[in-house]
Structures are given as C-alpha cells and as structure tokens.
Design a protein around this ligand. Structure first.
Ligand SMILES: Cc1ncc(COP(=O)(O)O)c(C=O)c1O
Length: 333
C-alpha cells in the first residue's frame, strides 16, 4: 500500500549519519552538543540525538518545549526571548530544573523572577546576547552585564551563562565570508564573557551556532556548547552552503492525484504541506519542478509522463524548519 500523503518523513539511515557526524565534531573539540529540535519537533529524533551524546535539546517555542519535556527530555533550552505573557506558563512547564530560558533585559528578568516565585520554582536563565543578528539580544556588554546581574540577584533565578546565536551568518554561502562574519560575532560574545567574569558572575554555559557555523564555533575557545539544528534533517537551502556536508534526510511524500497533460501532473502537496519562504521544494530524482497550485495542490511539470494517480513523489524541502510546522512533527520513513 502506498503511504498516506502528504507526509514529512525522515530517512533513518541518513538521519543517523548526520547525528553521528555532528556529535563527532562536538566531541573532537570538547564542546557539548545541544541540537535544536525546531526542525523535527519529534521526541524519537531527540532520543537518537541524546543517545549519540547530546547533552540536551534546544527549542524555539513554548509548544515545542512542552512536547519534549512531556516526552521526558531532561534538559531543554528555549532559545527564543519569551513574551512576558508566556512567563507564567513557562515557569510551571516540565519538571523543576528541566527548562532553561533566555532573557535580554533586567525588565524581562523581573517578570521571569516573579513567575518563578509564583510557581514555587527556581528557573535557569541565560543572557541572550546580540552577536550581529539584531533580533533583540542584549546589544552591548554593559546591557548583557546588567541583565546577568539582575538574574544573579534574583533568588528565584539561576544564572547559567550566555547565548549568542549567529543566525545572520547561516545563509552566507561562501566559507571565507562566513568565517569573517563569525570572527566578528565571537568577538562580541567574548566581550560579554569577559565583562561577566570581570564582575565575578559565573557563566559556565556559552552556547551558540547553527549548522553553517557549528565547526567554527566548536573551535572557538570561549564556546562550551553548540546548538545547530538543521544538520539532522537538512534541506536544499542548506545543501547550497559551502562546507555544509550533511545528507538529505527529510522528504515530503506526495501522491499524484491527477494527470493534466503528458508533461504535467497534480500532486496532493500544496502550500499546506511544503513551505515556500525560502523557495520551492525540489522533486527528488526527476527532472521536474514543483509549483504551488494552491493550499492542497501542487503542479509538477517536467519528466513525469510515466506517472499515474497514486504514484508517490519525494519532495526535498527548501526549509525544513518551516515545513515541519505544517505536519506537526517529522515521522520515520
Ligand atoms: C536560536 C537558534 N539556535 C540554533 C538554531 C539552529 O540553527 P540551524 O537550523 O541553522 O542549524 C536556530 C534556528 O533557527 C535558532 O533560532
């Protein structure tokens, strides 16, 4: 029987190869690996990453934190600066001590401290530092220090360290340009580490990096942890980045539902099954393209003359992080 489609699946062998390769990179440099789970949202994938040696996982939303905490993952970092309105929910989420949050200002620290007090818990907090992405992290060492001092002074919070995610570097295709940008980003992170240590504030965790900068970050002296995510499943946007050598593991399986012309079929994957924020998906193994034909339909012109309704095509997502949201989570192939 053909599989029910559309569905986002992961090829287990390719996934395991990617998981092993990133773990080997982290191990070779003596840094911890905390895979970002936003691209798979799947406890079964996290379990493979943890079994390979990851020390915890990272997530991007409260919903993802809930999925992984409820699945029993004991160390989850929510990497996004939380909205104040989420503080009460987050403070009470999962077993005590399992969730770490980030904060960028003393004002947010005060909100988190109060929420932790209401929940009767101590919350772990990292200072989120802007290393060039301009997405809200503390923009200067002084701002980061003020935030860290506020965390350290709050009886219901525990200062765990700093996060400096370099998202602005991940899409730079050339290795030399990316390395130059990375040196600047790490200089900004290092200035914060020095400022905290000068003030006597311990920051044992220094976490950073995505798939395209993991190797650079792992080799950087002050970094203690890397948090890449896309390497596990991959997508064709990342495959085009120089030096990112992981195997495509995620595919959207889609069925042919109608024949329109000798060189054109309709499939059951539209924009509610594949994301297009970073371009259209590719059609694996065929000289054909996918074009949106609406929410539930895709149009595939090209080398498709042999296909019949019910035949299944594999689409390679352009951006797995946004495609997975359309499916809930990735499932085994
Ligand atoms: C804060 C943070 N860390 C790590 C990652 C993982 O990056 P990548 O998927 O590029 O490996 C992301 C991805 O968006 C992120 O937002």
């Amino acid at each position: 029987m053909p599989p029910p489609t559309p569905v986002l699946v992961a090829d287990a062998a390719a996934l395991d190869a990617n998981v092993a390769a990133m773990q080997a990179l982290a191990d070779a440099h003596g840094v911890s690996l905390r895979p970002h789970a936003k691209g798979h949202r799947a406890p079964w994938v996290a379990a493979r990453q943890l079994a390979a040696g990851a020390t915890g996982v990272a997530v991007a939303t409260a919903a993802e934190a809930r999925i992984l905490l409820e699945a029993g993952v004991g160390d989850v970092l929510l990497t996004t600066i939380p909205a104040p309105g989420r503080a009460a929910e987050l403070a009470a989420l999962g077993p005590p001590g399992a969730l770490t949050l980030v904060a960028h200002t003393p004002a947010l620290v005060a909100v988190l401290a109060a929420a932790a007090a209401d929940a009767g818990r101590t919350l772990r907090v990292l200072v989120d530092v802007d290393v060039g992405q301009r997405r809200g992290g503390a923009p200067t060492p002084e701002a980061a220090l003020a935030t860290a001092a506020a965390v350290a002074a709050a009886p219901t919070l525990e200062l765990r360290g700093v996060q400096g995610y370099d998202g602005h570097l991940q899409g730079i295709p050339g290795a030399a340009a990316r390395a130059a940008g990375h040196a600047e980003a790490m200089a900004r992170l290092d200035a914060v580490v020095v400022a905290l240590s000068g003030a006597g504030l311990a920051a044992p965790l220094v976490t950073t990096a995505g798939t395209a900068t993991a190797a650079l970050a792992a080799a950087h002296p002050s970094v203690t942890e890397i948090q890449p995510g896309s390497y596990a499943l991959m997508d064709h946007r990342y495959a085009a980045i120089d030096g990112v050598a992981f195997t495509q593991a995620a595919f959207v399986l889609t069925s042919v539902t109608a024949l329109i012309a000798p060189g054109e079929v309709i499939v059951d994957a539209g924009t509610r099954a594949v994301s297009t924020d970073l371009g259209a998906p590719l059609v694996a193994g065929r000289d054909a393209t996918w074009v949106s034909a609406g929410d539930e339909h895709g149009r595939v012109p090209g080398d498709v003359g042999d296909l019949r309704p019910g035949d299944v095509l594999r689409l390679v997502p352009s951006h797995t992080d946004t495609t997975v949201v359309l499916h809930g989570a990735v499932v085994p192939a």
